[in-house]
Design a binder for this molecule. Structure first.
Ligand code: SAH
Ligand code: SF4
Length: 345
């Protein structure tokens, strides 16, 4: 069976014309898929024989709402979606004054094993297809009755460990025949799989690259992020420079502030030194305490002292507002508690 939602328009056209149907039907099919229909019978302007053909040869991948939590503080919505094979992922929709933003998952679980991360602590199951990544947006838009304008690939999983499906997703979602969300409205977050950063730079897509740095030196970073042993900081920063040179897009760095681990004045100075001369932005995030990790967020005065050092060195940095803190909005926690409950744990 063909996964119809993962096809580019040109591939869909080829698929239906080679089976004897006219090319223009592809556009009609795409427009139904974009509305989030879940069966071919709903495509009311298609002839019966085409509907029958599609039913017999293709499937529509759907993200089913298993659970939905709405924050009483700020209307952040968190979904637990279930796919056809029973796997779950988390997706968060945030509303800002400039519109809606969605945080998408790219894998069920993650292989990277970062010690502060709920997803990393619960192992890896599989990568998502391009259509499963897309379906999270369609399902959320349909449920909320809104148009989502911004995407961050910061949910469960490591996007660059699912490179081909993620690139296909980026092309599909930005296509004018699809959801038409421009590359400039998309941010991809990575723990730093260096060769894939070069591959991404070569594609020249106008997305923002966000790198999860979380430490200013290899010793500290390798303790919380195992990937650093394979691709240490100097190599990572070189790849970020290359990304900027190739795309002209300013790189962002995520830095989760963990009490007593990476939040000292010395760390702030090392970070300033590391990023000197790089066109970038640093997002400081007080770490979200995950059960079993033993990590606590840095206190507010510590956050302030840290950001002051960066700013004085000419590094642009902001402390990110935490959204949906009453619904565990940082990803990995809801699936973890859901699946643990299922096992009776
Ligand atoms: N795998 C990718 C994208 C998903 S994680 C990556 O690591 O970048 C999205 C972001 O959430 C990353 O910056 C990650 O480091 C951060 N993160 C994970 N667990 C966190 C926690 N407990 N508190 C704060 N940020 C966390
Ligand atoms: Fe994976 Fe990102 Fe979590 Fe690390 S922080 S375990 S790379 S999801």
């Amino acid at each position: 069976m063909t996964n119809i939602k993962s096809l580019y328009k040109s591939e869909l056209e080829e698929f239906i014309t080679s089976n004897g149907f006219p090319r223009f039907r592809a556009g009609q099919i795409l427009s139904w898929l974009g509305k989030g229909v879940t069966s071919f019978d709903e495509m009311r302007n298609l002839p019966k024989n085409l509907i029958e053909f599609l039913r017999g040869s293709c499937y529509i991948s759907v993200a089913n709402i298993e659970k939905k939590l709405v924050s009483s503080y700020d209307n952040t919505v968190k979904y637990l979606f279930r796919f056809a094979d029973g796997e779950f992922v988390e997706t968060v929709v945030m509303s800002y004054h400039h519109g809606y933003s969605i945080c998408l998952s790219t894998q069920v679980g993650c292989k990277m094993g970062c010690t502060f991360c709920a997803t990393g602590r619960s192992g890896f199951s599989r990568s998502l297809t391009a259509s499963e990544i897309l379906s999270q947006i369609e399902a959320a838009q349909k449920d909320l009755g809104v148009r989502i304008g911004n995407i961050v690939l910061m949910g469960m999983g490591e996007p660059l460990d699912n490179f081909d499906n993620v690139v296909r997703f980026l092309r599909l979602v930005s296509d004018e025949n699809g959801l038409n969300i421009g590359m400039r409205h998309i941010t991809l977050s990575t723990c730093g799989i260096v060769p894939r950063i070069y591959d991404l730079a070569k594609l020249g897509l106008a997305i923002t690259l966000s790198v999860s740095l979380h430490a200013p030196d290899d010793e500290t970073r390798s303790k919380t992020m195992p990937i650093n042993r394979k691709y240490p900081i100097p190599e990572l920063i070189r790849a970020c420079r290359d990304y900027f040179d190739a795309t002209g897009r300013r790189v962002s760095f995520e830095y989760a502030m963990i009490d007593g681990v990476n939040d000292s004045d010395i760390c702030a100075r090392k970070l300033s030194e590391l990023l000197r001369g790089l066109n970038c932005h640093v997002n400081l995030i007080p770490v979200n305490p995950v059960s079993g990790s033993g990590f606590k967020k840095s206190r507010t005065p510590r956050q302030q002292a840290f950001i002051n050092i960066l700013t004085k060195s000419g590094i642009t940095a902001t402390v990110r507002r935490t959204l949906g803190s009453d619904i565990n909005a940082s990803c990995g926690q809801l699936r973890r508690s859901h699946t643990q409950n299922d096992k009776g744990g």
